[in-house]
Design a protein around this ligand. Sequence first.
Ligand code: PLP
Length: 548
Amino acid sequence: MATISGVGLSWRSNLSQIPSSNPSPSPSPSSRRRVFSPIKMAVSVDKKNFTLQKSEEIFNAAKFVLLSSPPSPKALSRPSRRCSGSIRLFWSSSSRHSWPQLFLDHALSGYCKSSSSQQKDLHSPLVADSSCFVEELMPGGVNSPVRAFKSVGGQPIVIDSVKGSHMRDVDGNEYIDYVGSWGPAIIGHADDEVLASLAETMKKGTSFGAPCVLENVLAEMVISAVPSIEMVRFVNSGTEACMGVLRLARAFTSRPKIIKFEGCYHGHADPFLVKAGSGVATLGLPDSPGVPRAATIDTLTSPFNCLSTVENLFETHKGEIAGVILEPVVGNSGFIAPKPDFLNALRQITKENDALLIFDEVMTGFRLAYGGAQEYFGITPDLTTLGKIIGGGLPVGAYGGRREIMEMVAPAGPMYQAGTLSGNPLAMTAGIQTLKRLKELGSYEYLDKITGELIQGIVDAGKRAGHKFCGMYISGMFGFFFTEGPVYNFEDAKKSDTAKFARFHRGMLEEGVYFAPSQFEAGFTSLAHTSEDIQQTIAAAEKVFRQI
Ligand SMILES: Cc1ncc(COP(=O)(O)O)c(C=O)c1O
């Protein structure tokens, strides 16, 4: 049975995920830390080729011009312009060494001293504008809602490059990153071996639209790692994986209804946008407009960790429930662990009712343990969804499970599901390299150690400063709330002082630490995070807790 220890509430099941005969950690990640090097990647803008390296040269030159030729008071008193095709650099008010918009405009016009067409050519990838430009291009200025900093206020950081445990923004500020691209970066960002393998694969092409060896290699690795998976289907995102698994559960059981938990997020497909977590929770959105009633009528919900509600639902809808889907450890309402017997009880009740138990391990897969939450807790579901880590930072998702169920999937069976880029060689390559690294002995022990130190340090600092505060972690996944806790479900999570969290988030950003810009998201560490990163983060938290 699992036990809880310390402030970190580190759940340890009796099933050790790493043979205890080798307690030594993997080679120190500090040896893997590298100085940032510019990403040399061709980018096409207005049919002209640019490189990110070029952008960086321009940016640095702009700073130089600014220093040698400061803007006139008149220039500084100019009212902010709408974007006009000249270069607009993003100015983040949160950046520690950022440059006000007008300074940069001035600096760049000095640097460019060129025709307007040349200036347009220089409309390079680091162009962004906090006040008007970005939001005019994309809804909210982003391609996924939580990135927009809506719940913590201020402007989002525009990232230029990532390496190891660090991110660097377009202003040149560095941050210790605890978002990890929302989970995939578990061995650290832009790992050299992953990049080298991708370069090799790329020589052979980027997409075949036909079977390839690499997808078989990754399938083999996933099947041998994840206890419930006997067959797997790769898709391109976690959302797709959850859509596929829902159709499969309904097809296999010939039943329409599904139970999901409040605050759990299973991607943005219609049937799951009911009391969902992640961006839906962060933005406080009700069920999204555009989702027809018919799409959600068969979605039943229960508070997480509340077995009696699940029992009642099975009683009320006898013979109609295809399955129960959940994040075995919730990461989309903040971090919420299951009560000791909860997963086991769900396994029992689904079996008794001939329904399927589905673990959405898009976040927890290969993160809590090599075999995911199901290995960590010793509970085997019927079906599992994966994403994030198995793509090593490239777009991927997967669903898998018992052979007799998976054989329902087309073309082996009648349940249709397909994907143009599914199993594409690049995502497979990055996934294979990432899993190889994770499989090295000591990986999860290292994650557990540094994450434990991090959460213990932050919780202690928060309490010392007099805040109502609690934090939890398992392996490389963690969360904290501005409430005394305990936090067992989304209702408990909502008791957190989110205004205080916003101030904390902003303060930490100023100190060079990047946490998820939402109270309702989990945090992630990686093998590239060093003790130095952790200590620096705790010291920053200590300072920020006293200010908020
Ligand atoms: C548990 C879980 N399921 C599904 C998804 C959706 O995955 P994606 O964003 O790749 O569509 C997420 C995304 O964060 C997730 O955390």
